[in-house]
Ligand binder design. Structure first.
Ligand code: PMP
Length: 399
């Protein structure tokens, strides 16, 4: 027996991939050419798996603001938000996010992971209950585990199952936290938030929604699925990240509950980690403004999503249930998925290879995410990289 024994499955997969000459996990971006093109593992590719939804990573105004902050405030804060790491920029960004979401309170975190994990672990502890969607992101599961609340899972996006579980909880719903996502990260499907809000209002408890993949995409202001479903009033806490549509790194939680200002000092992932660097905060603030000033980015994103979705579906691939900036192709056979991921790279398209347990089912995924920065021609090149895979084999692999 050794501490390493439990890693044997991982070591075996790694060896198998090495033998096949494939490096899907931690593929190296050797040169980044633009928001949509790079040299990855030696191949010039269209980037189709970056979550760079609005394509803001090379935005001159963001870069200029980050460079100015770097020159004026240095490379890092060297401390936690609670100690020396709260600069004026952090406070300003919190105010700007609160205003954007039309909420009273906001906390800025160092990563989206720290935001979701921190809120989940702090809001509900021993004796409390967390009811969560079974397909929740690892940051939600990790928070729940750390907090020590009783955990109840409901079937993915199944509101009847959620209701059944809340009903069974009886009076315990008073200290229950319900956690769902807006757009789900792997398949790109949306939570039925109107129905979830109705059930939450009927049974009680608090509702937290992780809009990591929906910020800037849905709702009249781009606030996400809750805004699009017109149920923001039922959402107690919205969490999200700067690492996708805002093109940087960091996370946030917004809420109208005044308690958030005290809760901030109980969140371990806020207290015991250094705050985001001033340059990150500066670029995020500009990106948040640009996201609001340029609704055309969102329109472009959805047009690209539709184009890729139609293209892959037309080729006979099994795509996500809903058109979304995340377009995932499901492949039953893991080896087929690995081989195709590699072929796609050779064909000029970088996508994400997702295998169980990271995928929500026992299937593997070739997960694409589109960007507002993709041109029609680039989307067509992604489709043509898939076309060279022979989709009829895809259908066989799925039978
Ligand atoms: N929540 C969800 C739903 C996510 O998909 C992610 C990242 N994939 C996170 C939280 C964590 O965000 P970050 O990577 O910015 O830390």
């Amino acid at each position: 027996m050794s501490l390493f024994d439990k890693f044997k499955p991982l070591i075996d997969i790694r060896a198998e991939l090495d033998r096949a000459g494939v490096m899907p996990f931690g593929a190296v971006t050797e040169k980044i050419l633009s928001p949509t093109e790079a040299i990855v593992n030696g191949h010039k590719v269209i980037l189709a798996g970056t979550n760079n939804y609005l394509g803001l990573t090379f935005e001159p105004e963001c870069i200029e603001a980050a460079q100015k902050a770097l020159a004026e405030q240095g490379t890092g804060t060297t401390g936690s938000r609670m100690a020396n790491g709260t600069f004026a920029g952090h406070v300003a960004l919190e105010q700007e996010l609160a205003a954007f979401f039309a909420r009273q309170h906001c906390i800025v975190f160092s990563t989206g992971y720290a935001a979701t994990m921190g809120m989940g672990s702090t809001l509900a502890g021993p004796g409390d209950v967390i009811v969560l969607d079974a397909d929740s992101h690892a940051s939600i599961y990790d928070g729940v585990r750390l907090g020590g609340a009783d955990v109840v899972r409901f079937k993915h996006n199944d509101v009847a199952d959620l209701e059944k579980r809340l009903r069974r909880l009886g009076e315990r719903t008073a200290n229950t936290l319900i956690i769902v996502e807006g757009i789900y990260s792997m398949l790109g499907d949306q939570a039925p938030l109107a129905d979830i809000a109705e059930v939450k209002n009927k049974y009680g408890g608090l509702l937290m929604v992780d809009e990591a993949h929906s910020l800037g995409m849905l709702g009249s202001h781009g606030r996400g699925v809750a805004e699009a479903a017109r149920v923001e009033a039922a959402v107690d806490f919205t969490v999200g990240t700067f690492s996708k549509s805002l093109g940087a790194i960091g996370g946030y939680c917004v809420s109208d509950h005044p308690e958030l200002e005290a809760i901030r000092f109980a969140i371990r992932s806020y207290i015991f980690t250094a705050s985001p660097s001033p340059s990150i905060i500066a670029s995020t603030r500009v990106a948040l403004r640009l996201m609001q000033e340029r609704p055309e980015l969102r329109e472009r994103l959805w047009a690209n999503a539709q184009r890729l979705y139609d293209g892959l579906k037309g080729l006979g691939f099994q795509v996500s249930p809903q058109v979304s900036p995340v377009v995932a192709v499901t492949i039953k056979d893991r080896d087929q998925a690995i081989a195709w991921w590699s072929r796609l790279l050779h064909n000029g398209a970088y996508v994400n290879l997702v295998m169980p347990p990271a995928s929500p089912t026992t299937d593997s995924l070739l997960r694409c995410s589109v960007s507002a920065a993709h041109s029609d021609a680039q989307i067509d090149r992604i489709i043509s990289a898939f076309a060279q895979l022979n989709p009829s084999t895809a259908q066989e692999a799925n039978n």
